[in-house]
Design a protein around this ligand. Structure first.
Ligand SMILES: [Fe+2]
Length: 385
């Protein structure tokens, strides 16, 4: 008899592929391994980071010291804003070329990592960056990118994607290429211990969405399921703990591992309609990506419940509400101090058609089970108001 997974829904008898080229160095204190990890590069590094956060806890100095110890010269680009724009990427690419940077070390949250990945491609391809965001294939490979994530959530450290805000389009646009997988991620939970509560919660909710969307994806596999299930369990149990006590290193380590596992699951299985719908909301209302995606995911679960009854029930069970998984997710979101409705952030029904126009062109629709015409997309927004 063939052994079956939980409730018979995780079928181990299938062909699957998994590829992720990012080397992980993970654990408390692992930032101290930077010099050892980069010692053989011996070429000029461009540090890419945000404007403030990493100066607060001395991380920037520790990273610069690590590079010095490895005898690596570095130049600093610290102009990345939350939800980085096309203009920032172009400025970063100019800076990289001017300074003859040979590789990039991104230190920060998902925004810094995404900006670094986009800059790495824009620096070597002297075309308009907007064209690279469109259909134009890059002629040259990007600069190598290494990362030290300071949040637990985006999964960007193990993904081939970068999301860049296009103000003209009022949207976040995906840049995606296997060439954009970072070479290395140093994941030190101690680095996340001083994150503000709001960032801890937003990035943690993003990771939660990656795990649940990977479980529901048409591209899921038995392997991505393993990653996503383990991620979901860790995130649900540890996100409330790190919110309550930021310096609980055990919970931070579990949360960071959960977020990385969710990122690996996402890199295999993709994100779905909730992510597609979240991007225009984030740009319009400045609502952090993880919060927007989680609110939309609650409504999405009610719509895919008929198609994926066992999987949605599994998600509900982990969240403590198998009878009504959507309500369980909203309760979880609310328990983290986040209003679980988009109306609370100012979204009005009259904006739905415009957001639907933006969302319906997104690549996340293809791996989503079910039919996702404009009416179905609008319905998720309406259920989330
Ligand atoms: Fe995300």
């Amino acid at each position: 008899m063939i052994p079956r997974g939980e409730a018979g829904i995780f079928d181990p008898v299938e062909i699957f592929t998994h590829h992720n080229p990012t080397r992980l160095v993970q654990g408390v204190g692992s930032v101290a391994r930077l010099a050892e990890e980069v010692a053989r590069i011996q070429r000029r590094c461009m540090l890419v980071t945000g404007r403030r956060a990493i100066r607060l806890n001395g991380l920037l100095e520790r990273v610069q010291d690590g590079l010095l110890e490895a005898r690596i010269e570095s130049v600093l680009f610290d102009q990345v804003e939350p939800n980085p724009t096309v203009a920032t990427v172009e400025e970063g690419a100019r800076f990289a070329r001017e300074k003859s940077a040979a590789w990039i070390l991104a230190v920060g949250g998902g925004s810094a990592l995404d900006a670094a990945k986009a800059i790495s491609l824009a620096a070597t391809n002297q075309v308009k960056f907007e064209d690279l965001l469109g259909d134009q294939r890059p002629e040259r490979p990007p600069l190598p990118v290494l990362t030290i994530p300071t949040t637990a959530g985006s999964g960007s450290e193990v993904s081939p994607d970068a999301f860049i805000t296009h103000l003209g389009q009022g949207d976040q646009v995906r840049l995606s290429s296997p060439l954009l997988f970072p070479r290395l991620a140093i994941l030190d939970p101690a680095v996340t211990a001083t994150l503000p509560e709001a960032v801890t919660v937003s990035s943690g909710l993003d990771a939660l969405c990656h795990a649940i969307e990977a479980l529901c994806s048409k591209r899921r596999s038995v392997f991505s399921d393993l990653l996503a299930r383990s991620a979901l369990d860790r995130i649900v149990h540890n996100l409330p703990r790190v919110r309550a006590q930021g310096d609980d290193l055990g919970a931070r380590a579990e949360m960071q591992l959960g977020a990385t596992l969710a990122g690996l699951a996402m890199a295999d299985a993709a994100t779905l309609v909730p992510h597609a719908l979240a991007y225009p909301v984030t740009v319009r209302y400045d609502l952090p990506h993880g919060r927007a995606a989680a609110i939309l995911l609650a409504a999405f679960l009610t719509r895919v419940r008929e198609l994926l009854p066992d999987r949605v029930a599994f998600v509900g069970r982990v969240l403590g509400g198998e009878q009504d998984p959507s309500a369980a997710l909203r309760t979880f979101i609310e328990s983290l101090g986040v209003a679980p409705r988009l109306g609370a952030y100012g979204m009005h029904e009259k904006e739905i058609p415009l957001f639907v126009e933006r969302a319906r062109t997104k690549p996340m629709l293809e791996p989503t089970p079910g039919e996702w015409g404009p009416e179905a997309l609008a319905d998720i927004y309406r259920l989330s108001l």
